[in-house]
Each structure stands twice: as structure tokens, then as C-alpha cells.
Design a protein around this ligand. Structure first.
Ligand SMILES: Cc1cc2nc3c(=O)[nH]c(=O)nc-3n(C[C@H](O)[C@H](O)[C@H](O)COP(=O)(O)OP(=O)(O)OC[C@H]3O[C@@H](n4cnc5c(N)ncnc54)[C@H](O)[C@@H]3O)c2cc1C
Length: 486
């Protein structure tokens, strides 16, 4: 359950029940997939999603539509040079203009609202770094003003831009869905693609004992289940953040985010019945710190939230890239990919949709070569030891240390014939046993006490207490391994 599912509409979609042939197959009906379909709506396309539309990372986002992104420009400048930092800024402003254009042209009622956005330094040491970021933005003629935060969040210095937005991403997707329906574009929910095979004329995809033949594929599934030819595990880390939604009296109509890690941010949302503050914080690489209870308590302290006002608590993960820029483009002859948004997916998903659709429509796009997924830069090379350390730590750490205090006696690990199992005892005393191994690349799992899920610290797959896969890259439930054995 997230803030965006509170007033969500039930959409009429179906599961894939027969073999299909299409020109373009879009895998993933989140913001990236649905917006790409919108741009390509006059073509022969088909969309599939392993779950429900928008119920991937998009469901748990905070949906700030913003180009003032912590201090990303000085980081890109350092890793890839000034010209690319400028290009990234242009791309984010371009994407914001595109979202605005779609919302206005299609009259999508998604609570799209112009609000000022603040970036603040929450330590004294951070101030000069934030000031460098401001210098960069000013050098690009961005109007940034020094202003105190309009809330009681601890900050040493804060700056503000005015031309940024917020919206409700699920309502935005519902709007796109209606348009796609008019164009007879099929969206198959609960339809997972397990395998993509190359053929003479394109690809054949396997799903639920049915197949989809497509000349071109766009993988908009957040984290690709396949490792080759792209090998994302070596080109990224996973960042997890925690979100608390609380009821408040007034919509203060601003967004803010800290410039340094761990990230803290907040925004407001008025759904017509209630006003909510969406507070986010305690971001960390999934290889470290996994005590959910502790992280939620910290966010409560930082934002001064009271238990009686809290309505929802959840977490979310996104893919972080070594050079802070997304991966968007071709990874095979006619296979496109978009991911690695560094927690700025509102803009980057629309940017990806625009780049990929223009490539398929044969229209020039000024960012067509900027975010190539096959790039491997010095920044990537420099990050490899850290990435390997994170993966090894996640892999071994979960295997070696199973008696974490936050499991509080509710989890029992045991071995049968050399295989480790974990049993979770629910509130009613019912036991739920799973094999303690992620079907993706074999990591052990961590119990997420707040959301009652089993989470993989290596690549962020998620499973329910009975092992059903609710988030990839794993393409399989835990109870059934790749060979179909229990
Ligand atoms: C805590 C947090 C807060 C954030 N806040 C912001 C913010 O304020 N502003 C901002 O710009 N960005 C934010 N982001 C980032 C943003 O939410 C994401 O980058 C964005 O939602 C990703 O959208 P997507 O469509 O690419 O992926 P998803 O929404 O994950 O969609 C992918 C879809 O593909 C489906 N899928 C996956 N594999 C398969 C398969 N094999 N077969 C079929 N279907 C498949 C999934 O079911 C899913 O529905 C935040 C991220 C986090 C973690």
C-alpha cells in the first residue's frame, strides 16, 4: 500500500491468453513503459507487465518532478566533465517540459502542481559543496535563490528554484491508459516475460506458456532479469529509502531534499479529502544497514512526526549508476533499455520514453547518444571495487549472519540437506517457510519487518512471506526454482 494506491482506480486489463505478434513489445507498464507507449501510440505495439500497471518502483515513489537534484551536476561534472553536466541539466528541463505538455494537452487530472523546490545542507561541512552546485546552476542561467526552508527541518543553508512540480504518478498513468485504450493498444497485466530469444526477424518472448513475437523490444522493467549483454550488476548499486506518510493540517506546497547522503526529503499531497506530508529518508546502499524499524524511527525524529498522524510506512529501491546518469538506448540490434535513474525517475523515465520513441520513429533527438547503456567510463571502472565489495558483502553477509536482533524471534533459519530455509511466524502463529535463496543470482534474503517481505540485498528483488516474487529482477517465485523443483 502506498499513498498513490489510496484512491487508485481499477483498470480493465487482461492477462496474456493467446500467442501474439507485434511490431514493438514494451516490457514493463511503469512510467517508462506507459509513456513510451504514449509517444508510439500510432504504431503496432503491445505492453506487458508482470504485475499491475504502475505497481513497480513507480508505486512507492515520492513523485517530485524536479531538476534541482541534490548536487548531481557537480557530481557529473567531476565524473564525466562539464559538458555532460550541462547536457544532463538540459535533459531534465526538457523532460519536465514534456510532462507538462502531456498533462496539458491530454487534460490528465493527476494533481500536477507547480511548487518551489529546496535543496538544503544538513551539516556545516556540506555547505561549500552545495554552494558549488549553486554556482554551476547560476552559470547556466538558472534562477536559484537563497531562502530558509519553510519548515522546521534542521538545515545550515538552503536554496530554492521555483519552476518545479509534483503530481500523482498513478493518476498520470491512469490518464495515459485511457489514451492507449482509445488507440486499441493492448496492456497485459500479470504477464511476466521469462525469456527473450533472438530470431531471424526480431525476438520471441516467453510468458505464461504463451509467446509474443516482436520485431523490436523496449525493456522498461526497471531492473532487467537478464544479465547479458548489459550486465547491470557490475554497472550499478541499489539505494533503498524509507517513506512515512502522515496527515497534516496544511499543504505547505514545497518540496525539499538534502544535498548530502543519507538523503532526507519531503513534499505534500492534497487528495481532496486529506492533506499528507510524504517524508523520505535514511537512504543507503542495500549492502549496508537493513534495520527498517530503526530507519523509520530516525525519519520520525528528523521530521518531528507524531505516531497518531502516521498513515503509511514503506520503503523503495532505485538503481544508482557510477556516473549519476541514466542508461537509455540500444543494447542489442533491436532491443532498447531504460533504467538507472538514480532516484530521479519522473524526469528520466519521460526522457527515456522520448529518446527511445524518437529512435523508433526515426525522429532526431538531441539526447539520442548521451545516455548509451553500453558506455563504460573511468567513473564505472573506479566504482567496480566498491560494487564488488557491496555484492560480496550482501552475498556473504546474509549467509553468515542470520541472527539479527531486528528479527525479534519471528524468524527461524534451518538447514535441510545443505539447503537453508527460513520460517516466518505471523501474528496468528501461522508459519510461512521459504528457501533462503533469491532465484535471480542466489543471494540470501533479508526479512523486511515493516512490510513483511523477503528482500534481496544484492539486486533488490522482493518476495512475499510465501515466496511469491513481487519485484524483480528475479523472474521466479522462491518456492519454485529455475528447474521447476520445489
Ligand atoms: C524512495 C524513492 C523515492 C523516489 N522519489 C522520486 C521523486 O521524488 N522524483 C523522481 O523523479 N524520482 C523518484 N524516484 C525514482 C522513480 O520512482 C523511479 O525511477 C521510477 O518510478 C521508475 O519507473 P519505471 O517505469 O522505470 O520502473 P517501474 O515503475 O518499476 O516499472 C517497471 C515495471 O516493469 C514490470 N516488469 C519488470 N520485469 C518484468 C518482466 N520480466 N516481465 C514483465 N514485466 C516486468 C514491473 O512489474 C513494473 O511494473 C524515487 C525512487 C525511490 C526509490
Amino acid at each position: 500500500m502506498s499513498i498513490w494506491s489510496i484512491n487508485e482506480k481499477e483498470l480493465t486489463t487482461k492477462r496474456l491468453s493467446k500467442n501474439v505478434k507485434t511490431d514493438i513489445l514494451i516490457i514493463g507498464a511503469g512510467l517508462t513503459g506507459c509513456t513510451t507507449a504514449y509517444f508510439l501510440k500510432k504504431k503496432d505495439i503491445c505492453i506487458v507487465d508482470s504485475g499491475k500497471i504502475g505497481h513497480g518502483v513507480t508505486l512507492n515513489t515520492t513523485a517530485k518532478i524536479n531538476y534541482f537534484q541534490e548536487r548531481i551536476y557537480t557530481k557529473i561534472e567531476k565524473s564525466r566533465g562539464e559538458q555532460l553536466a550541462i547536457k544532463y541539466l538540459e535533459s531534465q528541463r526538457y523532460a519536465i517540459a514534456k510532462i507538462k505538455e502531456i498533462v496539458e494537452k491530454e487534460k490528465i487530472k493527476c494533481d500536477f502542481k507547480k511548487v518551489p523546490s529546496f535543496v538544503f545542507a544538513n551539516t556545516e561541512k556540506e555547505v561549500p559543496f552545495l554552494e558549488k552546485e549553486i554556482e554551476f546552476l547560476k552559470s547556466q542561467n538558472i534562477k536559484v535563490s537563497k531562502k530558509p526552508l519553510p519548515d522546521k527541518i534542521n538545515s545550515y543553508k538552503s536554496y530554492c528554484v521555483e519552476d518545479t512540480y509534483t503530481f500523482n504518478p498513478i493518476k498520470f498513468l491512469e490518464g495515459l491508459f485511457k489514451i492507449l485504450e482509445k488507440y486499441d493498444i493492448p496492456i497485459f497485466e500479470n504477464t511476466r516475460i521469462y525469456k527473450i530469444e533472438k530470431t531471424k526477424d526480431g525476438y520471441i518472448c516467453k510468458s505464461n506458456s504463451r509467446t509474443i513475437e516482436a520485431k523490436k523490444i523496449i525493456f522498461a522493467g526497471h531492473y532487467p532479469y537478464f544479465t547479458m549483454p548489459f550486465f547491470l550488476p557490475l554497472k550499478s548499486t541499489i539505494e533503498k529509502s524509507y517513506i512515512i506518510v502522515s496527515k497534516v493540517q496544511t499543504d505547505k506546497s514545497f518540496t525539499c531534499i538534502s544535498s548530502n547522503k543519507p538523503t532526507y526529503s519531503c513534499r505534500f499531497y492534497d487528495d481532496g479529502k486529506n492533506i499528507y506530508q510524504i517524508s523520505l529518508g535514511e537512504s543507503h546502499d542495500t549492502a549496508f544497514k537493513q534495520n527498517d524499524r530503526y530507519h523509520f524511527e530516525r525519519i520520525k525524529d528528523i521530521f518531528g512526526l507524531k505516531d497518531k498522524d502516521i498513515v503509511l510506512k514503506y520503503s523503495n529501491t532505485d538503481i544508482m549508476t557510477p556516473d549519476h546518469m541514466p542508461y537509455i538506448g540500444k543494447i542489442d540490434e533491436s532491443l532498447y533499455l531504460a533504467c538507472g535513474y538514480n532516484t530521479w525517475g519522473m524526469t528520466n523515465s519521460i526522457l527515456a520514453a522520448s529518446i527511445i520513441s524518437d529512435a523508433l520513429l526515426g525522429v532526431p533527438n538531441m539526447f539520442s547518444n548521451t545516455f548509451s547503456p553500453s558506455r563504460f567510463t573511468l567513473a564505472h571502472l573506479a566504482k567496480i571495487p566498491y560494487i564488488i565489495f557491496c555484492q560480496t558483502k550482501s552475498y556473504l553477509g546474509t549467509k553468515l549472519n542470520k541472527n539479527k536482533s531486528w528479527y525479534r524471534g519471528k524468524i527461524r533459519f534451518f538447514k535441510v540437506d545443505g539447503t537453508t530455509y527460513a520460517t516466518y511466524k505471523d501474528e496468528n502463529g501461522l508459519e510461512h517457510t521459504i528457501k533462503d535463496k533469491c532465484p535471480h543470482l542466489g543471494c540470501s534474503l533479508i526479512f523486511n519487518e515493516q512490510e513483511k517481505t523477503w528482500d534481496c540485498p544484492c539486486h533488490s528483488s522482493r518476495f512475499d512471506i510465501d515466496g511469491k516474487c513481487i519485484k524483480g529482477p528475479s523472474n521466479y517465485d522462491i518456492s519454485t526454482n529455475k528447474n521447476g523443483n520445489k
